[in-house]
Design a protein. Sequence first.
Length: 247
Amino acid sequence: MLIPFEPQLFGFNINIHLVLEYLAFFIAYRYYVVLRRNSNDTISSNNRLSIILGAALGALVGSRLIGFLENPMIEFSKEIFIHLLNTKTIMGGLFGGLLGVEFAKKRINEMQSSGDLFVFPIILGIFIGRIGCFLSGTNEFTYGIETTSVFGMNLGDGVLRHPTSLYELAFLIILFFSLKHIQKRNSLKSGDLFKWFMVLYFGFRFFIEFLKPNVFYILGLSTIQLLCVICWFYYSKFIIQNIKYAR
């Protein structure tokens, strides 16, 4: 199979990344519905809907904003506006969704933690989406820098590059089963599972970004890496508590 993978249907090229992106949303949501049905969710259906809407709105704004800031443009034009609408990143979506949820919970006076039910559907959704990124090769800005290592792959431009999407797929599998293990073997407080997911996934993305052809702005860090640092500050109390507990 050649990368980028561009299947045809009735003579038309299929955007495999877009197809898998929509499939990721559908399957992840259905997985969430199953998990909620089989759980003792203490949040009412109306409040849960408000939280989901807050997450969706926050993710929409965050994914576009951070995606745009990865390659900021100085002059404004119609082309740049279209580029802004089409540029998005899962990292901005996750952190924006987090802020959207917190805002929604304050509006409806919901005090219960709401993130744990979303963890495994989010991981599954990212996993499916990353398959689309890999199959799209260099058509999507998720490929790695050039490498002479045994991991190098031709992703469509004739250059051996780090297949960072494959690295992430492997990490997501490990993360999924590790969090399942933590969930079963530890008596976690409500909300801790989501915090573990955010801290670990943002940690992975911080380091994997060094293998991508990013633009590094402040202190030698890219926009995504700066967002990872912000996320760690956001969860600093949780991180410090677990470091003390581990000791």
